[in-house]
Design a binder for this molecule. Sequence first.
Ligand code: ADP
Length: 606
Amino acid sequence: MRSSLLFRRVFTLLAAALILWIVLTAILYAFIARPVFTDMKAREIEPLAHILADRAGLTDDSLDNFVHETVGYANEMFGNWMFVISRNTPFIFHTPLPDSMTSIRQEIVSTVSDADRQLAKADSVVFTKSFKGQSSAFLFVVVPIGAPLDGPGSLAIVQPMSEINAGILSLNLALLTSSLAILLIMIVPIMLATMRILKPLHSVRRVAMAMSAGDFSQRADESASGEFHDLAVAVNHLAGELSSLIAQLTFERNRLRQILNSIAEGIIAVNKEGLVTECNLKVWDVFGVTTDMSRPLSPDVFLQTTKLNEFFHDAMTMKQDVAHVISKDHRQIYCLITPLINERGTHDGAVGLFRDITESERLEQTRRDYIANVSHELRTPLTAMRALLEPLAEDMVRKEDDKKRYYAILLRETMRLSRLINDMLELSRLQATDDSAELCIVQLEPIISNVLQRFQPVAEEHDVSLSAPGSMSDCPNVWSDPDWLEQIIAIFVDNAIKFTPKGGDITLGIKADSDTAAISVRDSGVGIAPEDIDHVFDRFFKADRAHNEPGTGLGLSIASEIARQIHATLSVKSEPGEGSIFTVHVRTADAAIKDMPVTIDAEESP
Ligand code: ADP
């Protein structure tokens, strides 16, 4: 507290008041002390003067004796000088004067004479007078000898004031010394008093400082009385109110931030100067910005670098929503900036909403492609069928052979349509279910045998050989669904037969390690161009862009959906003109069982 400015000021004020009091007392004393002391001295001398005047007597003899015995030795006896005016003689008798006073002897004599004349009106005449060349004034006490004016003369006692002055000076010094001592003694009480006065104020100050630093838990001491008590109560009330208000605001702000952060869209709010006031975390996700927590990206800098601040500026100046779709790092981002218009019709800022529409755009594109593909796939057989049905309906086909041929084509196209619709239904059914298939331990040998049996007649029809060389007996069991797995292999074999020219070979093979088993279908067919190989699993993809070849372009999409459900993966390798290898990779049963969590049945445990 002692280092506080207020303490120093109050302490200095009190100390200055004390010093001023001492100085003023000394000055006043100096002025008052002189007349008081002079008066005291005069009162002391006056009775002596009257006694001596009486002793001087009324006769000339007694006066002579008095002059010789007393006046001559007055300086030695009383420390002053006596002047006796005798009316009967022209002389004035006086105590021998020191050398320093001989020059003013005449002036003293005339002063005493003047005083003698005043004795008609008073019992005694007392006054002080200064003389040129003398360091101090003189006190004159003049009394009549006998009756005033009628008596034989008058007696004047001249007392140099230097003695009185010395007394006054030593008293002054004593006063000053004692005042200084009082001042020194009073410093500690003044200090304590200052501290006591300022203590409640200091307590209030501490609370105010803590509040300005954001700490509202501090409270001022209310034990003081008067204004300090009122001040402490007011400050404590203010601290309490502010504390609850700030807590409320913090709660509201955190809740708002939580809400903003839980919104799926990125949100940025700016004030009317265009500076960011709120920004949720989703913004960084939407724009694909990875934020370093130790050095987070400033939203204001982000708005400037992406030039999004221009959209905000446009929305605020035009006072209407501004919507844009921007591209950033292969992302499509929808931006909607809405100005915040207040009741005065001016804007207080703007809020921007940012949504990553890449996926929805892709889905929309897929949907458009799907409709286009389906329409195309349906139109081809329908056009062919219409071209045949019209002449048949108008009875323009006369020959029985032609009619038979037309009907055969109509049947084939109808079957093609039916196959297409079946495949589409199958694919959408598979895509609609998110659940995985129930998996179990599956033996590969029966599956391969089934596929060979199913497709052997078709292969023979196409004049290609279909075989599964090598022993299957040492193949590990796999963790899969037997029907779905067979379906995938069947799709591979079906394609292999379709895309292998006459005389070609199709072989089924299994490669396995402890973790996975790879069942592959290798053909010596037309192969797939490198630019097509990534698209063979896409819906409606056909290397034959004209879609003249048999097939719906959905087989491998269906295989890929089935693989997703049985936790298998598909791969393809191909060389144009050399053939292709389609492989399905599944986990071995041993590996899958090993990774399963162990559960103990409580009833069976001992
Ligand atoms: P599709 O029902 O038309 O066979 P898929 O989805 O099964 O449809 O196959 C898509 C496309 O992949 C085929 O049209 C073909 O171009 C190519 N393809 C699939 N399997 C083979 C293969 N074994 N050899 C060459 N091309 C193939």
